[in-house]
Design a protein around this ligand. Structure first.
Ligand code: SF4
Length: 351
């Protein structure tokens, strides 16, 4: 078995030149300004780079600095986040922006420890910002980095165990090259995103080839080992797409819990039949007089799967318990999470 220290030590010496040759040109890499790096790292959590680029550019255009984000209408921030999911990320971004503007003139703290005290900033984001923006030897250990290290060291312990993750972070931090901390963090991320990918590791073109233990054993896909995942809970829901003239009923979700504070089409748990859905709409005072379509959609959250049955119902009344919005307002003004936005195409067909 190779010496673990030698494997870790090889990382900076091999990755830095490789990154200089192979780094992708991504919009958030044009600057080391903490605001821009922080927003990009929050957006990139659980989300693919290709999906983030458009959101990032629009967000930066609307809120070019921490003061602009702190002073923005929350509804605007949520609208620009619409479709990215994990909406608490956007709320925490604005909460942190306000805190920074109110307490320290909009400046970011420059250590991982201090960054982690801000809302929505965990160890990974703190390590990324501290190393990329402030050249601190702070590791940013996410799934990509855990996968690379588990493969390089043929480590068959579950990488989601906190003790394993902590050990990897500590070993990495001991290897951070002074003066190149930011580049080293980004090089690790890049290797995980482009070469040592979950399903198709490109060992033939990897700068760690020759020292990587998984590659030597021809067993890259055996790593990383993970704890078994909890099964997703399935929840059936009925979604009421109530249409009156050119407007549709929407309402706001509660301020806490799943999709807190976002807009939704009225809905309830369980799968109602057409007759039951019509009775439900009658009970709300919407006076339904025709069913236009019945549709079925599935949306998967981290722990829950929603199986949704939607009914597009023509109604004669607009009860005041709902907000009524035309199609343009639904697409441009109100922040509808993906679970409900997926019904917009049905409304478009039915227009
Ligand atoms: S050699 Fe293969 S398994 Fe090892 S780090 Fe590179 S891509 Fe990953």
């Amino acid at each position: 078995m190779q010496n673990l220290d030698a494997i870790y030590a090889a990382l900076p010496e091999r990755l830095l030149p490789w990154y200089a040759e192979n780094a992708r040109d991504l919009p958030w890499r044009h600057s080391r300004e903490p605001y821009r790096v922080w927003v990009s790292e929050i957006m990139l959590q659980q989300t693919r780079v290709e999906a983030v680029i458009g959101y990032y550019n629009r967000f930066m255009e609307a809120f070019p600095n921490v003061e602009a984000l702190a002073g923005a209408e929350e509804s605007r921030v949520m609208k620009l986040w619409e479709g990215l999911g994990y909406y608490s990320r956007a709320r925490n971004l604005q909460k942190t922006a306000k805190l920074l503007v109110e307490t320290c003139g909009g400046r970011f703290p420059d250590t991982a420890e201090a960054l982690q005290k801000l809302p929505g900033i965990g160890a990974y984001t703190a390590g990324a910002v501290a190393s990329i923006c402030f050249e601190r030897p702070s590791a940013a250990v996410d799934g990509n980095v855990l996968r690379i290290i588990a493969r390089m060291t043929a480590d068959d312990r579950p990488v989601d165990l906190p003790a394993v993750k902590r050990e990897i972070a500590e070993r990495l931090e001991a290897m951070y090259p002074a003066g190149h901390c930011g580049i080293f963090t980004q090089a690790l991320m890049e290797l995980g995103a482009c070469v040592c990918t979950p399903k198709n590791p490109d060992c033939a073109h990897c700068p760690m080839r020759g020292i990587c233990m998984a590659q030597a054993q021809n067993a890259a896909l055996r790593f990383p080992v993970k704890l078994p995942k909890a099964k997703k809970r399935v929840e059936e829901r009925t979604v009421f797409l109530l249409r009156c003239g050119a407007e549709y009923a929407i309402c706001r979700r509660a301020e806490t819990g799943l999709l807190a504070g976002l807009w939704e089409f009225p809905n309830c748990t369980g799968t109602l039949s057409v007759a039951e859905a019509v009775r439900w709409a009658e009970a709300q005072g919407a006076a339904p007089f025709g069913i236009v379509r019945e549709v079925h959609k599935t949306h998967i959250f981290t722990h829950i799967r929603w199986e949704m049955t939607g009914y597009v119902l023509d109604c004669a009344e607009k009860p005041g318990l709902f907000t009524w919005a035309d199609f343009a307002a639904l697409t441009e003004t109100y922040a509808l999470p993906t679970a409900f936005r997926m019904f917009l195409e049905e409304l478009e067909i039915s227009r």
